[in-house]
Design a protein around this ligand. Structure first.
Ligand code: G
Ligand code: G
Ligand code: MN
Ligand code: NA
Length: 250
């Protein structure tokens, strides 16, 4: 309850922060874009980890509000950077499961984007496997509507659920993000085989693959040999503030 009230207060008073973690093309190390990750340093509760409060927010029906807060914060920053003359790569925003099943989602995002004179393809969205497998008309309509506007959709934490690539391949989804649990232990033969198979299958159905949580050069080299398209992880970049991103540009 303390955290629930804290989330409401943090939404009202803008106590959250967004950090950005870079994603790279593994083959040439060009920057591909960023993922937005929420952070909360509360004056009363201290630092609350996102896996804890995002789960609570979802449980008490604050997931939508949290998503919209992050989206709005990210879009305003993109607009600020654009006005200052910076070219910004797309920023991926995580969308909570229940929210992606809301028919209002697309129009809400489209409105926020047009209000700031941006185009839709300045963002990407990340949804979980379970949502993508949901097979509801609203979810399919949302996926198609975003795709039509050039918004790439990624399946986050891929491999942890029970999704079938045979099904995912028919969805308007462009990217699979292989969960970092597989990457951490990629030298273990079972994980090695699984990751190799996921990359080969994604390639066969024309989807891009990103490996999450790359921490060592050895992991990077293995993934590179497997033909993995994109990578994200502490080896390349930690999640950093907008100010830190700007410093890197100048
Ligand atoms: O940032 P970190 O790796 O600690 O995130 C932990 C968990 O919280 C991850 O599952 C991540 O997807 C989730 N998370 C982080 N930021 C956001 C956000 O802005 N929105 C949503 N819905 N989930 C987030
Ligand atoms: O579930 P999702 O992929 O959105 O969560 C991303 C989470 O993974 C964030 O909390 C981020 O801080 C964390 N993360 C990103 N890169 C690494 C990494 O290289 N190692 C570890 N252990 N965590 C990472
Ligand atoms: Mn994510
Ligand atoms: Na993930």
């Amino acid at each position: 309850l303390e955290i629930e009230q804290g989330i409401r207060r943090a939404l009202d008073q803008n106590l959250f922060e967004v950090v950005l973690q870079a994603k790279y093309n593994l083959q040439d190390m060009h920057l591909n874009g960023y993922e937005a990750l929420i952070r909360w340093h509360d004056p009363e509760l201290g630092t609350v980890p996102p896996d804890v409060f995002v789960a609570i927010a979802e449980r008490v029906n604050l997931g939508e509000e949290l998503d919209l807060w992050v989206l709005s914060n990210v879009l305003q920053q993109i607009a600020t950077w654009r006005q200052a003359g910076y070219q910004v790569k797309p920023i991926a925003v995580n969308i909570t499961a229940a929210h992606f099943s809301q028919p209002e989602l697309f129009n809400r995002v489209a409105e926020m984007v047009s209000h700031l004179d941006l185009s839709m393809d300045c963002i990407e969205l990340e949804i979980t496997e379970g949502v993508a497998m949901g097979n509801s008309q609203v979810i399919l309509d949302n996926l198609q509507a975003f795709k039509n506007k050039g918004v790439n959709i990624a399946i986050d934490d891929f491999g942890t659920g029970y999704s079938s690539l045979a099904y995912l391949k028919d969805l308007p989804v462009q990217l699979l993000k292989i969960d970092r649990a597989f990457i951490q232990d990629i030298e273990h033969p079972k994980n090695f085989g699984l990751v190799n198979a996921m990359i080969a299958m994604a390639d066969a159905v024309g989807m891009q693959v990103l490996a999450e949580g790359i921490e060592t050069e050895r992991q990077r080299d293995i993934l590179l040999k497997m033909g993995c398209d994109l990578g994200q992880g502490y080896l390349f970049a930690r999640p950093v503030s907008y100010a830190e991103i700007e410093k890197g540009w100048i």
